[in-house]
Design a protein around this ligand. Structure first.
Ligand code: ZN
Length: 492
């Protein structure tokens, strides 16, 4: 009987974030605590591996899954103890034929610049050279050469927003299952694009590049093509954009396709990044747009908790107040203390409150405002529908507050990025009718906000994850790359 082992330990580490990631930041589900698999959206990728294993009559052993909202480095003992728990489960499950590791790919802990490399290496040591290891990653990751040597297949999601977790997990399963049965022999090669970037895939020319990767997977011998977007706020030596290709037995083919795709991406480098404008310019433009009654959606990218920012920055709200701009909804502020005060005051109360600006200089100064409590919600969730899967994301206790000039702020107690205007609707704030909607998110908001927007603008306000890469204070990244150099290949 084929025995499959699966474990997940995932977070995205922003080495510039002021908040360490500790044990309490991880949502951990252990094998014996596992409920009905359909209840847990966090288990999506694992659910795919389980379903497909069981369809083949294979035994499926699930270890723990742990996920933390992006923030700073994971504390050393936290990483080591979660990792060692997984490795102990793996030893107990031996002999194992196949291991699936749905990870993030950009996890850093104190003492470990690349947790995934460390994890895969230790798993390989335990299972031996013949077991097959399949790794499923977020494209905002760092894939090292050692990972490519020690794993059998690594597949990344291709879409940003990441709507294709399930089909990519199914592809990974198919390749690993075929490898186990000796039908294929996957070999992986990467090619360095010498870039750092953010690549929004719903719009051209990135849309075309993703389609191109799918197209090349149709070629004989090519098993999978991925783009390692990289996570730009990780100050480690290996950060950078790469193509990753898996071929059947043919390393030269993998190398050639990886190089050709890298060259294609490099060709369009000036056109693939979203234009992130400074704050004042963004608002000038937003107010000049003929909205046709629809809101202009503005992404406050620098305070996206999904990239490790605190999401309590006040720069944008302060600017709106100073400029007398109203009729705006803003979310989501992470401010559990303010939420608690709003609950104490009660719905409809008007009071002076101190909001945001608590986590450090990148959050700005707190705002002292007179607000009305528009709504309160215990244990709120945002529900999003990406592809075939509904995700329910807990926001903790939440409140909506209105300022005198009709700026509505939604505050939450569990730090998460805003993904759907449903959160505003829930409080009766009517997002479709407002002039401006400001979301603390880099791109994941796009799928549900773009359809109601007159236009989507990407903004580079001050904050913990500046979207202008040349402003990131790297110490360790080799900057012999675009956009520091227009053509790093020509420069030698
Ligand atoms: Zn990502």
């Amino acid at each position: 009987m084929v025995r499959v082992f699966c474990a997940s330990l995932a977070t995205e580490t922003n080495t510039f974030s002021p908040m360490p990631t500790g044990m309490d930041d991880y949502d951990i589900i252990r094998a014996h605590e596992r409920m009905d698999e359909d209840d847990e959206s966090i288990l999506n990728r694992e659910t795919v591996f389980r379903r497909l294993s069981e369809e083949r009559g294979w035994e499926f052993v699930m270890s723990l899954s742990a996920f933390a909202q992006p923030a700073g480095k994971t504390v050393r003992y936290v990483y080591e103890s979660l990792r060692d728990e997984i490795l102990a489960d793996l030893r107990a499950a031996l002999p194992v034929d196949i291991v699936f590791l749905p990870l993030h790919g950009s996890m850093i802990a104190d003492g470990y610049d690349d947790c995934e490399t460390d994890m895969i290496h230790r798993v390989r040591e335990i299972v031996g050279p013949n077991a097959k290891i399949g790794v499923h990653l977020d494209p905002h990751c760092d894939v090292t050469e050692q990972m490519c040597e020690e794993a059998d297949a690594i597949i990344l999601m291709k879409e940003y927003p990441h709507s294709d977790g399930v089909p990519r997990a199914e592809e990974l399963f198919a390749i690993i299952a075929d490898a186990h049965q000796g039908k294929v022999q996957p070999v992986m090669r990467m090619h360095d694009c010498r870039m750092i970037g953010l690549f929004m895939t719903p719009v051209q020319p990135m849309r075309g590049f993703v389609d191109r990767m799918h197209e090349r997977e149709g070629e004989s011998g090519v098993l999978s093509c991925s783009l390692v977007h990289c996570f730009p706020w990780a100050d480690v030596a290996t950060t950078g954009t790469r193509t990753l290709v898996i071929a059947d037995r043919d390393a030269a083919l993998a190398e050639r396709v990886a190089e050709e795709l890298a060259a294609e991406l490099f060709q369009i480098r000036h056109h693939v990044a979203a234009t992130s404008r400074p704050m004042a310019e963004t608002f000038r433009r937003a107010l000049a747009i003929d909205r046709g009654g629809k809101p202009v959606v503005i992404a406050d990218q620098a305070d996206n908790p999904g990239g490790g920012a605190p999401s309590d920055s006040t720069f944008v709200t302060r600017y709106l107040i100073e400029q007398g701009i109203g009729d705006t909804c803003i979310g989501l502020f992470w401010d559990p203390i303010a939420v608690r005060i709003a609950f104490a005051a009660g719905e409809g109360a008007e009071l002076e409150m101190r909001i945001g600006g608590k986590m450090g200089p990148s959050s700005g100064d707190p705002l002292d405002l007179r607000v009305k409590v528009m709504g309160l919600q215990r244990d709120m969730e945002q529900i999003i529908d990406w592809g075939e899967n509904e995700h329910r994301i807990p926001l903790g206790d939440a409140c909506a507050l209105r300022t005198a000039q009709e700026i509505d702020l939604v505050l939450i107690s569990k730090r998460t990025q805003l993904l759907t205007p449903q959160v505003f609707r829930h409080f009766g704030l009517e997002p479709e009718k407002r002039s401006l909607l400001i979301v603390k998110s880099t791109q994941h908001f796009y799928g549900s906000f773009a359809p109601i927007a007159a236009e989507v603008l990407y903004m580079s306000a001050p904050g913990a994850i500046p979207p202008q890469f040349t402003e990131i204070p790297y110490q360790n990244v080799d900057l012999h790359k675009f956009p520091w150099l227009d053509d790093p290949f020509a420069a030698g």
